[in-house]
Design a protein around this ligand. Structure first.
Ligand code: CA2
Length: 140
């Protein structure tokens, strides 16, 4: 089984800035632990700060992997193009947000992506990605 995790803009700064909101681990550190915890699953990772690059990767992986875990960062709240990309591919997409967006500014309360995703996990920190892998492992 193959799963792709996609992180959007500014998530390359995880563990380096704003630890009170996003924690103090880099995604690379977390990813190594996640991969070790699921040796039976190939877990790939892609991060980009560019909307078009995220869309291209969804198009590619959406036809060749068993699932996508997507934290689109702030594009979540702005991008109809990303929503269209999710809707255009057969792979199930799980939306993840590290912070509880509903406890933050009102502009973070709406996601253009949620309606196109199988489900959303918000506010559980990096644990949300692990829960999404577990869910996809049993997804039919
Ligand atoms: O909570 C999440 O995962 C978000 O997707 C993170 C986005 C934010 O725009 C969304 O509303 C919610 C921001 C990512 C910024 O990541 C940083 C990480 C460390 C330091 C600075 C920014």
């Amino acid at each position: 089984m193959k799963i792709l995790i996609i992180n959007g803009p500014n998530l390359n700064l995880l563990g380096k800035r704003e630890p009170e909101i996003y924690g103090n681990r880099t995604f690379e550190q977390f990813l190594a632990e996640l991969q070790a915890g699921f040796p039976q699953i190939e877990i790939d990772y892609f991060q980009s700060n560019h909307e078009g690059a995220l869309i291209d990767r969804i198009h590619e992986a959406g036809f060749s992997t068993d699932g996508i875990i997507l934290n689109a960062g702030a594009y979540t709240h702005t991008s109809i193009a990303l929503a269209d990309a999710i809707a255009a591919v057969p792979a199930p997409v799980i939306e993840v947000h590290i912070s509880n967006v509903h406890q933050r500014e009102p502009f973070r309360h709406h996601s253009y992506l949620s309606a196109k995703c199988v489900g959303s996990i918000v506010g559980l920190g990096l644990e949300g990605y692990r829960l999404a892998v577990e869910y996809l492992e049993s997804y039919k």
